[in-house]
Design a protein around this ligand. Structure first.
Ligand SMILES: Nc1ncnc2c1ncn2[C@@H]1O[C@H](COP(=O)(O)OP(=O)(O)OP(=O)(O)O)[C@@H](O)[C@H]1O
Ligand SMILES: [Mg+2]
Length: 512
C-alpha cells in the first residue's frame, strides 16, 4: 500500500523507507511537518502516515490535529514516531488523534504488524463509507421516485382526457377540414407527453404490470430481431444464453423495456463498429455477500448481462445514470429517462442492477431478477391479438373522473357498443340492477372512492355471472400498488389509451 513518512532526520527516514519498500509498499517521503501536511491534503494522498513527533516549524502533533480536522480526515490511519521510552510523547500523540505509535529504533516485525493493523482499519472504514454511500443513494432514488410518481399520475389522467377528445373530434370532423393537421399535432404532442409520463411511472415503480412466468432465455431470444433492428448493422449483437432453465415472474414488456433501453444506450456509446453482448446465467447471493452490498438480499437470482464495447463512463457519470433526467446527450437527443425506467422496472420486480464501466473500455450492466421457483407448466407464451375492432355488445363503464368517463363512453359508442356509464361503483350497481337485458362487459377504473374496481367486479358477478371484466388504471395505487401489480390473467388497459388500443382491447376481452 502507499505510505507517507514524515521525518526530518535523513538517516531515520531512509531506514524506515527502505524497510517499507522491502515489504512491497510504495513510500511518499517528506522531511517536514509542512511538507507532510501538504501531501496529506491531496485527493490521492496515502491513507496511512507515519509521522515523527519532533520536527521543526510544524511538529507531528500539529499535523495529526490538522488531519483529524479535515473533512474525511477520519479515514487516515496515523502512526506517530516516538523515542523508545517516551511515555509522555506517546500519550500526547494519541490524545491529539493518532491511531498508534511506533518506537525508534524500528523493530521490523512490530513495524510490519502495525502496518497490517492500519491496513485492516482503513479497509473497514472504506467498506463502511461505500456502504453508507449506497444507502444514501438508494434513499435519494426512493424520494425522487415518490415525487415523480405523484406528478406523473395526475398528469397522466389529464393526458387521457386530451387524447380522448382529440381522437373523438378527429373522428367526427369532415375529411377536408383545415383543422385536421392541427389536431394531429395536438395528438402527437399529447402522445409523446404520455410516453414521458409512462417512463416516469416506470421509474417510480408504478407501472401497471401483469407478471407472467417466463423463461428468460426464450423471452430474450424472441426480442433479438427487434434489438438488431434497433442497433443497426454496424454493431454486432452477440447472444450468450446460460444453460440453466432461468425462470422469472415478470411482465414480458418490462424485459422488453430494459433490453431496448440498454441496447440503445450501448449503440449510442459505440462510435462506428462494435459489439453488444447479451448473456444470462443463474446467480445466488449468500448473506456474507449481501452484508457488503447494501441493496442485495440473499437468494436465488437470474442474471441478465448487457455489455458493450463503447466509450465507457467515468465514475462521476456512473453515480448519476439512474437518476431521472440525467443525460450527457445533447438537447433533443436524450431525455435521461431510459435508465431511470430500467431501474424502476428492475426494482418493481425486487431485483438489483449494477454497472461496471471504465472510460474507453466499455460498459457492463448486470441485472439480477429473483428466480421463480415453480413448475415449467406455468410458462406463458404470447397469444395473437384479435384485430376485429367493432361490436354491438353492452358495456357497463365505471370511472370516477367525469371527463374520462364522457370521452370513453363516446369512443365506445362510436365502435358500435351500447354503453351504460356510471360515475361511481354505487351508481354502477344501481344501473346493473335496473338494466333488463344482458351486460357483456364491465369496464372499470381500479382506484375509486367508495369501492375499488376489484370489489365492484366481485359484486357485479353476483348479478351477472357471465360478465367479462376489463380493468383500467393510470397507475397502480392501493391494491395494485400494495404489491405493485395486478393478478396474472386479469384484463387490463393502461390510461391514457389511444382509440385503436381501446378498440382492440375491448374486442379481445369480449371474445375471450
Ligand atoms: N452503455 C453506455 N455507455 C456509456 N454511457 C452510457 C451507457 N448507458 C448510459 N450511459 C450514460 O448514461 C446517461 C443516461 O442514460 P439514459 O438512458 O438514462 O438517458 P439517455 O440515453 O441520455 O436519454 P434517453 O434514454 O432518455 O433517450 C447517458 O446520457 C450516458 O451518458
Ligand atoms: Mg438512453
Amino acid at each position: 500500500m502507499r505510505i507517507l513518512i514524515a521525518e526530518d532526520d535523513d538517516i531515520s527516514r531512509a531506514t524506515l523507507s527502505a524497510l517499507l519498500k522491502r515489504n512491497g509498499h510504495e513510500v511518499v517521503e517528506t522531511a517536514s511537518g509542512a511538507e507532510a501536511w501538504e501531501e496529506l491534503q491531496k485527493a490521492d494522498a496515502p491513507r496511512l502516515a507515519i509521522i515523527d513527533l519532533m520536527m521543526p516549524e510544524m511538529d507531528g502533533l500539529e499535523v495529526v490535529r490538522r488531519v483529524r480536522a479535515l473533512e474525511g480526515g477520519k479515514t487516515f490511519y496515523l502512526i506517530i514516531l516516538t523515542a523508545m521510552d517516551e511515555a509522555h510523547d506517546i500519550i500526547i500523540g494519541l490524545d491529539a488523534g493518532a491511531d498508534d505509535y511506533l518506537p525508534k529504533p524500528y523493530n521490523t516485525g512490530i513495524l510490519g504488524a502495525r502496518i497490517n493493523v492500519g491496513r485492516r482499519m482503513i479497509e473497514m472504514q472504506e467498506q463502511e463509507a461505500l456502504h453508507q454511500l449506497q444507502l444514501n443513494q438508494a434513499q435519494k432514488m426512493e424520494s425522487v421516485g415518490r415525487l415523480a410518481g405523484g406528478v406523473a399520475h395526475d398528469f397522466n389522467n389529464k393526458l387521457a382526457v386530451i387524447i380522448g377528445y382529440v381522437e373523438l373530434i378527429l373522428l367526427k370532423m369532415a375529411a377536408d377540414s383545415p383543422f385536421i393537421d392541427n389536431l394531429k399535432e395536438i395528438r402527437k404532442a399529447a402522445e409523446s407527453s404520455a410516453d414521458l409520463t409512462r417512463q416516469l411511472l416506470a421509474f417510480a415503480r408504478k407501472q401497471a404490470v401483469t407478471p407472467k412466468v417466463l423463461e428468460l432465455n426464450e423471452t430474450v431470444a424472441g426480442m433479438l430481431n427487434m434489438l438488431r433492428r434497433l442497433i443497426g448493422e454496424d454493431i454486432d449483437l452477440s447472444w450468450q444464453p446460460g444453460t440453466d432453465l432461468l425462470q422469472i415472474k415478470m411482465d414480458p414488456s418490462q424485459i422488453d423495456q430494459i433490453l431496448a433501453n440498454l441496447c440503445v444506450n450501448a449503440r449510442d456509446a459505440i462510435n462506428g463498429v462494435g459489439r453488444i453482448t447479451i448473456g444470462t446465467e443463474a446467480a445466488t447471493f449468500d448473506s456474507e455477500y449481501c452484508d457488503l452490498n447494501a441493496e442485495f438480499i440473499p437468494g436465488d437470482y437470474v442474471l441478465l448481462v448487457v455489455s458493450d464495447t463503447g466509450c465507457g463512463m467515468d465514475t462521476e457519470t456512473q453515480t448519476n445514470i439512474f437518476e431521472p433526467f440525467f443525460t450527457t446527450k445533447k438537447v433533443g437527443q436524450g431525455t435521461g429517462l431510459g435508465l431511470a425506467s430500467v431501474y424502476g422496472a428492475v426494482k418493481q420486480n425486487n431485483g438489483f442492477i449494477k454497472v461496471y464501466s471504465e472510460l474507453g473500455h466499455g460498459t457492463t450492466f448486470r441485472i439480477y431478477l429473483p428466480r421463480y421457483q415453480g413448475k415449467d407448466g406455468d410458462i406463458h407464451r404470447e397469444d395473437r391479438l384479435q384485430s376485429i375492432v367493432r361490436g354491438s355488445e353492452t358495456i357497463l363503464l365505471v370511472e370516477d373522473d367525469a371527463a374520462i368517463l364522457a370521452v370513453t363512453t363516446m369512443l365506445l359508442e362510436d365502435f358500435g357498443y351500447r354503453v351504460l356509464a356510471a360515475n361511481t361503483p354505487g351508481e354502477a350497481i344501481q344501473l346493473a340492477r335496473e338494466h333488463s337485458g344482458e351486460i357483456n362487459l364491465l369496464m372499470t377504473d381500479v382506484i375509486m372512492p367508495e369501492m375499488n374496481g376489484r370489489d365492484l367486479a366481485r359484486n357485479m358477478l353476483a348479478i351477472y355471472p357471465g360478465m367479462k371484466r376489463l380493468f383500467m388504471s393510470g397507475y397502480t395505487a392501493d391494491i395494485i400498488a400494495s404489491q405493485g401489480m395486478l393478478d396474472a390473467g386479469v384484463n387490463f388497459i393502461q390510461k391514457p389509451f389511444a382509440m385503436q388500443t381501446l378498440a382492440v382491447k375491448v374486442r379481445e376481452v369480449l371474445d375471450k
